[in-house]
Design a protein around this ligand. Structure first.
Ligand SMILES: [Zn+2]
Ligand SMILES: [Zn+2]
Ligand SMILES: [Zn+2]
Length: 181
């Protein structure tokens, strides 16, 4: 499979040929024939899948990959960084969001939101951006341990943990000692 860029619109039409069949044809009697001139010479023409522009001197191909071309034709492109939905270096499909009538990828979306709404994180409070709700949510807070006073990060929903881990373990050990006595 390979693709040919259109000199007119830039769209890349995807083409294919069966591996190994290049130049070799088998007729109805099963006789293999090598059709050198027809299949290996350049000079095949192709109409761009998107705009129909006639591209000359295309390498040998057997099939225009309609499904792939149709998908690419409809694929979305980020209006900021121009990343394409399918034809990119990412593992899966790129996700997009529309903002003020502009289609942008999630990476650009996040940058935009972060530039409009600065991260309220402080030395004692960490926030994370929730892209669905478009707001920062408290993630971790730095709280002093009630016993040793040492500050440590605690998840926002675990602020009931008043002791650091080592003080907590010490307390538990003492409790056990009392029970054992
Ligand atoms: Zn074209
Ligand atoms: Zn982008
Ligand atoms: Zn402590």
């Amino acid at each position: 499979m390979f693709s040919v860029p259109c000199p007119s619109c830039g769209f890349e039409t995807t083409l294919s040929y069966e591996r190994g069949s290049n130049g070799i044809s088998i007729d109805r009697k099963g006789i293999r024939d090598y059709d050198f001139i027809k299949n290996t010479s350049k000079g095949h023409a192709l109409n761009c899948f998107k705009c129909g522009f006639e591209i000359k001197d295309v390498s040998y191909y057997e099939k225009v990959e309609d499904i792939i071309n149709q998908t690419r034709l409809n694929e979305r492109i980020c209006e900021e960084c121009e990343i394409k939905e399918f034809n990119n270096n990412k593992l899966g499909k790129v996700q997009y969001k529309e903002i003020n009538g502009k289609l942008i990828c999630m990476d650009c979306f996040e940058l935009k939101i972060k530039s409009e709404f600065p991260d309220p994180t402080t030395p004692d409070k960490k926030f994370i951006l929730n892209l669905d709700k478009l707001q920062y949510e408290l993630y971790e807070v730095r709280l002093p341990c009630k016993d040793c006073g040492r500050k440590r990060w605690v998840k926002a929903n675990e602020q009931w943990k008043k002791q650091c881990l080592s003080c907590y373990i010490k307390t538990k050990e003492n409790e056990n000692d009392i029970v054992n006595d």
